[in-house]
Design a binder for this molecule. Structure first.
Ligand SMILES: O=P(O)(O)OC[C@@]1(O)O[C@H](CO)[C@@H](O)[C@@H]1O
Length: 364
């Protein structure tokens, strides 16, 4: 048995579990600023700003140079390759700005979807070839965790057992390679919210997907204490006519997690999946008040739900820097409170924060 061939040394395990715990300590979560060039283009188009490298750099500089107190809410930031090597206007690398604030730097490692032939438009994710070399280089360049997003959808015959198995195996292989190179893997099997399915259907599928992922992680000898999970919350499909309260979402979500995610996993950081900023915060808060056993930190790893108000406040103008940082810090603080079950909804949340951020077929 593998017992005779340990995957990691005690020192490697210690390093990985310390990194994972730092990211989710005391109500901290993750800013997912790892939008690929194309995805960032969609975001910039909404505010009528051209998708140039300089505009992407400027927006991210504004976020990363927010007040040092952002480190009370943000434990880690996921970067895209381009951003890991970008600098602020004074010539300082973004990654060093973040590290000086005590924030852990992460890197997006998946490289796009590829179709699974013979399925109803399902996909697997590419990026395993050469992954070990990329991880080793990113570790040298200051990254301490990685992210890989697999996409599953609910539809006729979906997700198929092929899509569930294939994506779970790719996630596990990625996680193993990350750990060999000193990176904590964020394991992200996203069941996307497209469709008219109800809450119970999403819970059923999420449980099947997570159970398969944890079997695969075990098969690949992944050290769970040195991982973080980034799942969808259990919600009804975007086109479902029945509406659910945050408490119902929380109960379905924690039930699914409780049934499938081992207690050894230190943190579960949800994606926002097109929810409005305010809904993402309210649901996270309800999750942290849910009366079921919760042996893991339950926090956030939001892209859209941490940046929508900030993008709207920025509008591509450097004169709006202060307003942009204020908008970002407000959401970061709200989500940190929600990660402790201490968020109190205020009616002054701002128009942008209640707008749905859903985008159909959001695969990349
Ligand atoms: O759902 P959200 O919170 O906006 O983003 C979740 C996320 O995994 O999906 C995006 C696309 O890959 C990433 O930028 C981000 O990390």
């Amino acid at each position: 048995m593998a017992y005779r061939f340990p995957a990691l040394t005690p020192e490697q395990k210690k390093e990985l579990s310390e990194i994972a715990q730092r990211i989710v300590a005391n109500g901290k979560g993750i800013l997912a600023a790892d939008e690929s060039v194309g995805t960032m283009g969609n975001r910039l188009q909404r505010i009528k700003v051209e998708n140039t490298e300089e505009n992407r750099r400027q927006f991210r500089e504004i976020l990363f140079t927010s007040d040092n107190s952002m480190n009370q809410s943000i434990g880690g930031v996921i970067l895209f390759h381009e951003t890991l090597y970008q600098k602020d206007s004074q010539g300082k690398l973004f990654r060093n700005i973040l590290k000086e604030k005590g924030i852990v730097v992460g890197i997006k490692l998946d490289q796009g979807a590829a179709p699974l032939a013979g399925t109803n438009k399902e996909t697997t994710i590419q990026g395993l070839d050469g992954l070990s070399e990329r991880c080793a280089q990113y570790k040298k360049d200051g990254a301490d965790f990685g992210k890989w997003r697999a996409v599953l959808r609910i539809a006729d015959q979906c997700p198929s057992s092929l899509a569930i198995q294939e994506n779970a195996n790719a996630l596990a292989r990625y996680a193993s390679i990350c750990q060999q190179n000193g990176l904590v893997p964020i394991v992200e099997p996203e069941v996307i919210p497209d469709g008219d399915h109800d809450l119970e259907h999403c819970q059923y599928v999420t449980e099947k997907v997570l159970a398969t992922v944890y079997k695969a992680l075990n098969d690949h000898h992944v050290f769970l204490e040195g991982t973080l999970l980034k799942p969808n919350m259990v919600t009804a499909g975007h086109a479902c006519t029945k509406k659910y309260t945050p408490e119902q979402v929380a109960m379905a979500t924690v039930t699914a997690l409780h049934r499938t995610v081992p207690a050894a996993v230190p943190g579960i950081c949800f994606l926002s999946g097109g929810m409005s900023e305010e809904d993402a915060t309210l649901n996270l808060n309800a999750i942290n008040l849910c009366p079921l056993p919760r042996p893991w930190k339950l926090s956030f790893s939001y892209g859209r739900a941490l940046q929508a108000s900030a993008l709207a406040a920025w509008g591509g103008k450097s004169a709006n820097k202060k307003a942009t940082q204020e908008a970002f810090m407000k959401r970061a603080l709200a989500n940190s409170q929600a990660a402790k079950g201490q968020y109190i909804h205020s009616s002054s949340s701002g128009a942008a924060s209640t707008q749905s951020l859903f985008q159909a077929s959001y695969t990349y």
